[in-house]
Design a binder for this molecule. Sequence first.
Ligand SMILES: Cc1cc2nc3c(=O)[nH]c(=O)nc-3n(C[C@H](O)[C@H](O)[C@H](O)COP(=O)(O)OP(=O)(O)OC[C@H]3O[C@@H](n4cnc5c(N)ncnc54)[C@H](O)[C@@H]3O)c2cc1C
Length: 398
Amino acid sequence: MQDVQFLVVGCGPAGGVAAREAARGGVETLVLERDAVVGAKRVCAAGLREGFCETFDLPRTIVHCDPPTIALHALSGRRFEFPIGQGLTTTREELDGTIARLALDEGAQIQTNALFRGYTREGERSIVEYADLVTGERKRVRARHVLLAQGSSARIPDDSPLAYPDWSNGLITCYQYRVYPERPAIPVAYQTLEMHYYVGAAGRNVVAWMFPKRDHLSIGLGIPGKLGGKELRAELDSFLSGVAARLFPGTQYTVREEGNLLYGGAPRPRVRDGGVMIGGTAAGLVDATTGEGIQEAATSGRLAAAAVTAARARSSFDAALQYERSLKAAFYARLRQRHKLMTFLERRPVRFDVLFEQLARYPRLAALLQRERHDFSFAEWLYLYGQAALFSLRVLRT
Ligand SMILES: Cc1cc2nc3c(=O)[nH]c(=O)nc-3n(C[C@H](O)[C@H](O)[C@H](O)COP(=O)(O)OP(=O)(O)OC[C@H]3O[C@@H](n4cnc5c(N)ncnc54)[C@H](O)[C@@H]3O)c2cc1C
Protein backbone atom coordinates (compact mmCIF):
# COMPACT_ATOMS: atom_id res chain seq x y z
CA MET A 1 0.00 0.00 0.00
CA GLN A 2 1.26 3.49 -0.93
CA ASP A 3 1.85 5.89 1.99
CA VAL A 4 1.58 9.69 1.71
CA GLN A 5 1.26 12.57 4.13
CA PHE A 6 -1.60 14.34 2.31
CA LEU A 7 -4.07 12.75 -0.06
CA VAL A 8 -6.42 15.00 -2.04
CA VAL A 9 -9.46 13.63 -3.88
CA GLY A 10 -10.49 15.70 -6.91
CA CYS A 11 -8.44 18.22 -8.86
CA GLY A 12 -10.90 21.12 -9.16
CA PRO A 13 -10.00 24.53 -7.68
CA ALA A 14 -10.27 23.17 -4.10
CA GLY A 15 -8.10 20.08 -4.63
CA GLY A 16 -5.68 21.78 -7.04
CA VAL A 17 -4.96 24.74 -4.76
CA ALA A 18 -4.64 22.43 -1.72
CA ALA A 19 -2.13 20.23 -3.58
CA ARG A 20 -0.10 23.13 -4.92
CA GLU A 21 0.17 24.95 -1.59
CA ALA A 22 0.76 21.84 0.55
CA ALA A 23 3.50 20.62 -1.82
CA ARG A 24 5.04 24.09 -1.73
CA GLY A 25 5.09 23.81 2.09
CA GLY A 26 7.09 20.57 1.82
CA VAL A 27 4.18 18.17 2.39
CA GLU A 28 4.26 14.95 0.37
CA THR A 29 1.01 15.23 -1.61
CA LEU A 30 -0.92 12.92 -3.94
CA VAL A 31 -4.09 13.89 -5.85
CA LEU A 32 -6.56 11.32 -7.15
CA GLU A 33 -8.57 12.67 -10.08
CA ARG A 34 -11.32 10.70 -11.80
CA ASP A 35 -10.98 12.37 -15.22
CA ALA A 36 -8.24 11.60 -17.72
CA VAL A 37 -7.51 15.31 -18.29
CA VAL A 38 -7.86 17.77 -15.38
CA GLY A 39 -10.65 20.31 -15.99
CA ALA A 40 -11.64 19.00 -19.42
CA LYS A 41 -15.10 17.86 -18.33
CA ARG A 42 -15.99 20.62 -15.87
CA VAL A 43 -19.21 22.42 -16.74
CA CYS A 44 -19.15 25.93 -15.38
CA ALA A 45 -19.72 29.55 -16.37
CA ALA A 46 -16.24 30.14 -14.88
CA GLY A 47 -16.77 33.69 -13.67
CA LEU A 48 -14.10 34.73 -11.16
CA ARG A 49 -14.03 37.57 -8.65
CA GLU A 50 -11.85 40.61 -9.01
CA GLY A 51 -8.27 39.84 -7.96
CA PHE A 52 -8.65 36.04 -8.24
CA CYS A 53 -5.45 35.56 -10.27
CA GLU A 54 -3.42 37.69 -7.86
CA THR A 55 -4.93 36.04 -4.77
CA PHE A 56 -4.10 32.56 -6.04
CA ASP A 57 -0.93 33.49 -7.92
CA LEU A 58 -2.22 32.45 -11.34
CA PRO A 59 -1.15 33.86 -14.72
CA ARG A 60 -3.49 36.48 -16.25
CA THR A 61 -3.30 34.51 -19.53
CA ILE A 62 -6.20 32.35 -18.30
CA VAL A 63 -8.52 35.41 -18.32
CA HIS A 64 -10.85 35.69 -21.32
CA CYS A 65 -12.85 38.84 -20.51
CA ASP A 66 -12.93 41.24 -17.57
CA PRO A 67 -16.46 42.65 -17.51
CA PRO A 68 -16.86 45.56 -15.05
CA THR A 69 -20.65 45.18 -14.74
CA ILE A 70 -23.22 42.62 -13.64
CA ALA A 71 -26.77 42.89 -14.98
CA LEU A 72 -29.52 41.27 -12.92
CA HIS A 73 -32.74 40.48 -14.82
CA ALA A 74 -35.74 40.10 -12.51
CA LEU A 75 -39.08 38.30 -12.94
CA SER A 76 -40.73 41.47 -14.27
CA GLY A 77 -38.21 41.52 -17.13
CA ARG A 78 -36.52 44.64 -15.73
CA ARG A 79 -32.72 44.82 -15.89
CA PHE A 80 -30.63 46.27 -13.04
CA GLU A 81 -26.92 46.93 -13.50
CA PHE A 82 -24.15 47.22 -10.89
CA PRO A 83 -20.40 47.69 -11.03
CA ILE A 84 -18.38 44.64 -9.88
CA GLY A 85 -14.91 46.12 -10.01
CA GLN A 86 -13.24 43.89 -12.52
CA GLY A 87 -14.97 40.52 -12.83
CA LEU A 88 -13.11 37.88 -14.81
CA THR A 89 -14.11 34.98 -17.00
CA THR A 90 -12.12 31.93 -18.03
CA THR A 91 -12.75 28.27 -18.85
CA ARG A 92 -12.32 25.41 -16.45
CA GLU A 93 -9.93 23.52 -18.68
CA GLU A 94 -7.62 26.53 -18.41
CA LEU A 95 -8.24 27.27 -14.73
CA ASP A 96 -8.08 23.72 -13.36
CA GLY A 97 -5.39 22.70 -15.88
CA THR A 98 -3.18 25.65 -14.89
CA ILE A 99 -3.55 25.03 -11.15
CA ALA A 100 -2.75 21.33 -11.67
CA ARG A 101 0.36 22.17 -13.70
CA LEU A 102 1.54 24.56 -10.96
CA ALA A 103 0.86 21.87 -8.34
CA LEU A 104 3.06 19.44 -10.32
CA ASP A 105 5.77 22.11 -10.49
CA GLU A 106 5.71 22.26 -6.68
CA GLY A 107 6.24 18.50 -6.49
CA ALA A 108 2.67 17.20 -5.96
CA GLN A 109 1.76 13.95 -7.73
CA ILE A 110 -1.49 13.90 -9.67
CA GLN A 111 -2.93 10.53 -10.59
CA THR A 112 -5.64 10.85 -13.24
CA ASN A 113 -8.16 8.11 -14.13
CA ALA A 114 -8.37 7.40 -10.38
CA LEU A 115 -11.91 7.05 -9.06
CA PHE A 116 -12.21 7.52 -5.30
CA ARG A 117 -14.40 4.83 -3.70
CA GLY A 118 -14.25 5.46 0.04
CA TYR A 119 -12.09 5.64 3.14
CA THR A 120 -11.73 3.91 6.47
CA ARG A 121 -9.93 5.11 9.58
CA GLU A 122 -6.95 3.18 10.99
CA GLY A 123 -5.69 4.88 14.14
CA GLU A 124 -4.20 8.26 13.20
CA ARG A 125 -4.27 7.43 9.49
CA SER A 126 -6.94 7.01 6.81
CA ILE A 127 -6.96 4.27 4.21
CA VAL A 128 -8.38 5.53 0.94
CA GLU A 129 -9.57 3.11 -1.71
CA TYR A 130 -9.82 3.99 -5.38
CA ALA A 131 -10.31 2.33 -8.74
CA ASP A 132 -7.60 2.70 -11.36
CA LEU A 133 -9.78 3.31 -14.41
CA VAL A 134 -7.01 2.29 -16.82
CA THR A 135 -6.11 -1.11 -15.36
CA GLY A 136 -9.42 -1.75 -13.58
CA GLU A 137 -7.55 -2.53 -10.34
CA ARG A 138 -8.68 -1.51 -6.87
CA LYS A 139 -5.88 0.31 -5.02
CA ARG A 140 -5.35 1.68 -1.53
CA VAL A 141 -3.36 4.61 -0.14
CA ARG A 142 -2.62 5.30 3.52
CA ALA A 143 -2.52 9.00 4.41
CA ARG A 144 -2.15 11.14 7.53
CA HIS A 145 -4.40 13.89 6.13
CA VAL A 146 -7.11 13.62 3.48
CA LEU A 147 -9.05 16.37 1.69
CA LEU A 148 -12.21 15.26 -0.10
CA ALA A 149 -12.92 17.77 -2.87
CA GLN A 150 -15.04 15.92 -5.42
CA GLY A 151 -17.48 18.76 -6.06
CA SER A 152 -21.27 18.38 -6.32
CA SER A 153 -21.02 14.68 -7.21
CA ALA A 154 -19.49 13.88 -3.79
CA ARG A 155 -21.13 10.76 -2.38
CA ILE A 156 -20.78 10.55 1.38
CA PRO A 157 -22.21 7.40 3.03
CA ASP A 158 -25.12 8.01 5.46
CA ASP A 159 -23.17 6.50 8.36
CA SER A 160 -20.21 8.90 7.92
CA PRO A 161 -19.82 11.81 10.38
CA LEU A 162 -19.57 13.99 7.23
CA ALA A 163 -23.03 12.93 5.99
CA TYR A 164 -25.63 15.67 5.62
CA PRO A 165 -29.23 14.49 5.12
CA ASP A 166 -30.24 17.76 3.39
CA TRP A 167 -27.49 17.49 0.78
CA SER A 168 -29.63 16.12 -2.06
CA ASN A 169 -32.31 18.82 -1.48
CA GLY A 170 -29.68 21.42 -2.39
CA LEU A 171 -28.81 19.93 -5.77
CA ILE A 172 -29.61 21.98 -8.86
CA THR A 173 -29.64 20.53 -12.37
CA CYS A 174 -27.68 22.74 -14.76
CA TYR A 175 -27.52 22.82 -18.49
CA GLN A 176 -25.22 25.08 -20.46
CA TYR A 177 -24.41 25.88 -24.07
CA ARG A 178 -21.08 27.17 -25.25
CA VAL A 179 -22.37 29.38 -28.04
CA TYR A 180 -19.96 30.26 -30.86
CA PRO A 181 -21.45 33.09 -33.00
CA GLU A 182 -20.02 33.41 -36.51
CA ARG A 183 -19.36 37.11 -35.83
CA PRO A 184 -18.67 38.66 -32.41
CA ALA A 185 -21.71 39.67 -30.37
CA ILE A 186 -22.44 43.38 -29.75
CA PRO A 187 -19.67 45.01 -27.61
CA VAL A 188 -21.78 45.29 -24.43
CA ALA A 189 -21.99 41.46 -24.31
CA TYR A 190 -18.26 41.31 -23.47
CA GLN A 191 -18.58 44.03 -20.79
CA THR A 192 -21.32 42.38 -18.73
CA LEU A 193 -22.07 39.26 -16.72
CA GLU A 194 -25.80 38.60 -16.98
CA MET A 195 -27.86 36.75 -14.34
CA HIS A 196 -31.59 36.11 -14.90
CA TYR A 197 -34.08 35.01 -12.25
CA TYR A 198 -37.53 33.92 -13.48
CA VAL A 199 -40.18 31.22 -13.41
CA GLY A 200 -39.79 28.71 -16.24
CA ALA A 201 -42.33 27.07 -18.53
CA ALA A 202 -43.02 24.24 -16.05
CA GLY A 203 -43.64 26.73 -13.21
CA ARG A 204 -40.24 26.10 -11.61
CA ASN A 205 -37.72 28.72 -10.53
CA VAL A 206 -34.91 29.22 -13.02
CA VAL A 207 -31.56 30.95 -12.61
CA ALA A 208 -29.93 31.61 -15.99
CA TRP A 209 -26.74 33.34 -17.10
CA MET A 210 -24.74 34.69 -20.00
CA PHE A 211 -20.99 34.95 -19.33
CA PRO A 212 -18.77 36.17 -22.18
CA LYS A 213 -15.57 34.38 -23.20
CA ARG A 214 -12.92 35.20 -25.79
CA ASP A 215 -14.42 33.02 -28.53
CA HIS A 216 -17.82 32.01 -27.17
CA LEU A 217 -20.59 32.89 -24.74
CA SER A 218 -21.50 30.58 -21.85
CA ILE A 219 -25.29 30.58 -21.79
CA GLY A 220 -26.91 28.26 -19.30
CA LEU A 221 -29.44 27.73 -16.57
CA GLY A 222 -30.05 25.85 -13.36
CA ILE A 223 -33.31 24.49 -11.95
CA PRO A 224 -33.57 23.05 -8.41
CA GLY A 225 -34.06 19.28 -8.19
CA LYS A 226 -33.73 16.59 -10.82
CA LEU A 227 -35.06 17.31 -14.29
CA GLY A 228 -35.18 15.47 -17.60
CA GLY A 229 -32.86 16.52 -20.43
CA LYS A 230 -35.78 17.33 -22.76
CA GLU A 231 -37.38 19.80 -20.34
CA LEU A 232 -34.04 21.44 -19.59
CA ARG A 233 -33.12 21.76 -23.25
CA ALA A 234 -36.49 23.34 -24.11
CA GLU A 235 -36.06 25.88 -21.29
CA LEU A 236 -32.52 26.70 -22.36
CA ASP A 237 -33.46 27.00 -26.05
CA SER A 238 -36.14 29.52 -25.10
CA PHE A 239 -33.67 31.51 -22.95
CA LEU A 240 -31.01 31.38 -25.67
CA SER A 241 -33.35 32.76 -28.32
CA GLY A 242 -33.96 35.86 -26.15
CA VAL A 243 -30.23 36.36 -25.52
CA ALA A 244 -29.39 35.85 -29.21
CA ALA A 245 -31.99 38.43 -30.28
CA ARG A 246 -30.42 41.02 -27.95
CA LEU A 247 -26.70 40.27 -28.25
CA PHE A 248 -26.05 38.71 -31.67
CA PRO A 249 -29.19 39.30 -33.75
CA GLY A 250 -29.26 37.72 -37.18
CA THR A 251 -25.89 35.96 -36.62
CA GLN A 252 -25.52 32.21 -37.21
CA TYR A 253 -23.99 30.26 -34.35
CA THR A 254 -22.95 26.78 -33.32
CA VAL A 255 -23.51 25.28 -29.90
CA ARG A 256 -21.71 22.79 -27.64
CA GLU A 257 -23.93 21.32 -24.92
CA GLU A 258 -22.83 20.60 -21.36
CA GLY A 259 -24.71 19.43 -18.27
CA ASN A 260 -23.79 19.13 -14.59
CA LEU A 261 -25.12 19.34 -11.06
CA LEU A 262 -24.57 22.39 -8.90
CA TYR A 263 -25.10 22.51 -5.15
CA GLY A 264 -27.18 25.44 -3.89
CA GLY A 265 -28.02 24.46 -0.31
CA ALA A 266 -26.55 25.43 3.04
CA PRO A 267 -22.91 24.49 3.83
CA ARG A 268 -22.27 21.02 5.26
CA PRO A 269 -22.47 21.21 9.09
CA ARG A 270 -19.46 18.89 9.67
CA VAL A 271 -16.33 19.14 7.56
CA ARG A 272 -13.93 16.81 9.38
CA ASP A 273 -13.79 13.19 10.45
CA GLY A 274 -10.52 12.43 12.23
CA GLY A 275 -7.84 13.49 9.73
CA VAL A 276 -10.31 13.62 6.83
CA MET A 277 -11.47 17.09 5.74
CA ILE A 278 -13.99 18.03 3.11
CA GLY A 279 -13.69 21.16 0.96
CA GLY A 280 -15.04 23.18 -1.96
CA THR A 281 -18.47 22.35 -3.29
CA ALA A 282 -18.35 18.94 -1.57
CA ALA A 283 -18.52 20.95 1.69
CA GLY A 284 -21.43 22.98 0.28
CA LEU A 285 -19.36 26.14 -0.16
CA VAL A 286 -21.49 27.76 -2.85
CA ASP A 287 -23.29 31.10 -2.78
CA ALA A 288 -26.91 29.98 -3.26
CA THR A 289 -27.97 33.33 -4.75
CA THR A 290 -25.44 33.26 -7.61
CA GLY A 291 -24.07 29.70 -7.86
CA GLU A 292 -20.53 31.02 -7.36
CA GLY A 293 -18.15 28.71 -5.56
CA ILE A 294 -14.73 28.83 -7.22
CA GLN A 295 -13.31 31.44 -4.82
CA GLU A 296 -14.68 29.52 -1.84
CA ALA A 297 -13.35 26.21 -3.20
CA ALA A 298 -9.87 27.59 -3.84
CA THR A 299 -9.82 29.24 -0.40
CA SER A 300 -10.86 25.98 1.28
CA GLY A 301 -7.94 24.28 -0.50
CA ARG A 302 -5.63 26.99 0.77
CA LEU A 303 -6.91 26.57 4.36
CA ALA A 304 -6.47 22.78 4.20
CA ALA A 305 -2.92 23.18 2.87
CA ALA A 306 -2.06 25.66 5.64
CA ALA A 307 -3.38 23.27 8.28
CA VAL A 308 -1.48 20.21 7.01
CA THR A 309 1.68 22.26 6.56
CA ALA A 310 1.42 23.44 10.18
CA ALA A 311 0.94 19.82 11.31
CA ARG A 312 4.18 18.85 9.57
CA ALA A 313 6.14 20.96 12.05
CA ARG A 314 4.11 19.90 15.14
CA SER A 315 3.08 16.26 15.24
CA SER A 316 0.42 16.86 17.92
CA PHE A 317 -1.27 19.62 15.88
CA ASP A 318 -4.89 18.79 14.90
CA ALA A 319 -4.91 19.95 11.28
CA ALA A 320 -8.53 19.01 10.60
CA LEU A 321 -9.78 20.93 13.65
CA GLN A 322 -7.79 23.98 12.60
CA TYR A 323 -9.20 23.63 9.08
CA GLU A 324 -12.80 23.39 10.30
CA ARG A 325 -12.43 26.47 12.49
CA SER A 326 -10.85 28.62 9.82
CA LEU A 327 -13.25 27.48 7.09
CA LYS A 328 -16.34 28.19 9.17
CA ALA A 329 -15.03 31.57 10.30
CA ALA A 330 -14.31 32.54 6.68
CA PHE A 331 -17.55 31.55 4.97
CA TYR A 332 -20.33 30.03 7.02
CA ALA A 333 -22.14 33.18 8.17
CA ARG A 334 -22.44 34.57 4.64
CA LEU A 335 -23.22 31.27 2.89
CA ARG A 336 -25.93 30.29 5.40
CA GLN A 337 -27.47 33.76 5.05
CA ARG A 338 -27.35 33.56 1.23
CA HIS A 339 -29.10 30.20 1.30
CA LYS A 340 -31.85 31.61 3.55
CA LEU A 341 -32.19 34.67 1.32
CA MET A 342 -32.47 32.57 -1.84
CA THR A 343 -35.13 30.31 -0.26
CA PHE A 344 -37.06 33.44 0.77
CA LEU A 345 -36.83 35.02 -2.70
CA GLU A 346 -37.75 31.83 -4.56
CA ARG A 347 -40.86 31.35 -2.45
CA ARG A 348 -42.29 34.45 -4.18
CA PRO A 349 -40.05 35.33 -7.14
CA VAL A 350 -41.53 38.85 -7.36
CA ARG A 351 -39.24 39.52 -4.38
CA PHE A 352 -36.24 39.44 -6.74
CA ASP A 353 -37.55 42.71 -8.22
CA VAL A 354 -37.74 44.29 -4.76
CA LEU A 355 -34.19 43.27 -3.90
CA PHE A 356 -32.66 44.28 -7.23
CA GLU A 357 -34.42 47.65 -7.17
CA GLN A 358 -33.00 48.30 -3.71
CA LEU A 359 -29.50 47.26 -4.83
CA ALA A 360 -29.75 49.61 -7.82
CA ARG A 361 -30.89 52.48 -5.58
CA TYR A 362 -28.19 51.89 -2.92
CA PRO A 363 -24.86 51.05 -4.63
CA ARG A 364 -23.19 50.92 -1.20
CA LEU A 365 -25.40 47.93 -0.34
CA ALA A 366 -24.48 46.20 -3.63
CA ALA A 367 -20.79 46.79 -2.92
CA LEU A 368 -21.08 45.48 0.67
CA LEU A 369 -22.79 42.28 -0.45
CA GLN A 370 -19.82 41.45 -2.69
CA ARG A 371 -17.51 41.35 0.35
CA GLU A 372 -16.94 38.78 3.09
CA ARG A 373 -18.52 39.82 6.36
CA HIS A 374 -15.61 39.29 8.71
CA ASP A 375 -14.03 42.60 7.69
CA PHE A 376 -17.20 44.74 8.07
CA SER A 377 -16.86 47.76 10.34
CA PHE A 378 -19.50 48.56 12.99
CA ALA A 379 -20.91 51.32 10.73
CA GLU A 380 -21.18 48.87 7.84
CA TRP A 381 -23.07 46.37 10.00
CA LEU A 382 -25.48 49.12 11.07
CA TYR A 383 -25.99 50.11 7.45
CA LEU A 384 -26.62 46.48 6.48
CA TYR A 385 -29.21 45.96 9.23
CA GLY A 386 -30.93 49.20 8.16
CA GLN A 387 -31.08 47.96 4.58
CA ALA A 388 -32.38 44.56 5.73
CA ALA A 389 -35.19 46.30 7.65
CA LEU A 390 -36.01 48.42 4.60
CA PHE A 391 -36.09 45.30 2.41
CA SER A 392 -38.48 43.55 4.84
CA LEU A 393 -40.82 46.55 4.80
CA ARG A 394 -40.77 46.75 1.01
CA VAL A 395 -41.40 43.00 0.70
CA LEU A 396 -44.39 43.30 3.05
CA ARG A 397 -45.89 45.88 0.70
CA THR A 398 -45.71 43.55 -2.35
C1 LIG B 1 -23.20 25.24 -14.63
C2 LIG B 1 -22.36 25.79 -13.52
C3 LIG B 1 -21.90 27.10 -13.58
C4 LIG B 1 -21.08 27.62 -12.56
N1 LIG B 1 -20.58 28.88 -12.69
C5 LIG B 1 -19.76 29.38 -11.74
C6 LIG B 1 -19.18 30.66 -11.89
O1 LIG B 1 -19.36 31.34 -12.89
N2 LIG B 1 -18.36 31.13 -10.91
C7 LIG B 1 -18.11 30.40 -9.79
O2 LIG B 1 -17.39 30.87 -8.90
N3 LIG B 1 -18.66 29.18 -9.63
C8 LIG B 1 -19.46 28.64 -10.58
N4 LIG B 1 -19.98 27.39 -10.43
C9 LIG B 1 -19.65 26.64 -9.23
C10 LIG B 1 -18.26 26.01 -9.38
O3 LIG B 1 -18.24 25.17 -10.50
C11 LIG B 1 -17.90 25.22 -8.14
O4 LIG B 1 -18.10 26.00 -7.01
C12 LIG B 1 -16.42 24.79 -8.18
O5 LIG B 1 -16.18 24.02 -9.33
C13 LIG B 1 -16.10 23.98 -6.96
O6 LIG B 1 -14.77 23.52 -7.06
P1 LIG B 1 -14.37 22.15 -6.36
O7 LIG B 1 -12.90 22.02 -6.52
O8 LIG B 1 -14.96 22.07 -5.02
O9 LIG B 1 -15.13 21.01 -7.21
P2 LIG B 1 -15.12 20.71 -8.76
O10 LIG B 1 -14.69 21.87 -9.54
O11 LIG B 1 -16.45 20.11 -9.07
O12 LIG B 1 -13.99 19.60 -8.92
C14 LIG B 1 -14.18 18.32 -8.41
C15 LIG B 1 -13.12 17.43 -9.03
O13 LIG B 1 -13.23 16.15 -8.42
C16 LIG B 1 -13.23 15.13 -9.41
N5 LIG B 1 -13.98 13.99 -8.89
C17 LIG B 1 -15.32 13.90 -8.68
N6 LIG B 1 -15.62 12.71 -8.17
C18 LIG B 1 -14.45 12.04 -8.04
C19 LIG B 1 -14.11 10.73 -7.57
N7 LIG B 1 -15.05 9.88 -7.10
N8 LIG B 1 -12.80 10.36 -7.59
C20 LIG B 1 -11.84 11.21 -8.05
N9 LIG B 1 -12.11 12.45 -8.51
C21 LIG B 1 -13.40 12.84 -8.49
C22 LIG B 1 -13.90 15.80 -10.61
O14 LIG B 1 -13.57 15.14 -11.82
C23 LIG B 1 -13.32 17.22 -10.52
O15 LIG B 1 -12.12 17.35 -11.19
C24 LIG B 1 -20.78 26.83 -11.44
C25 LIG B 1 -21.25 25.51 -11.37
C26 LIG B 1 -22.03 24.99 -12.40
C27 LIG B 1 -22.51 23.56 -12.33
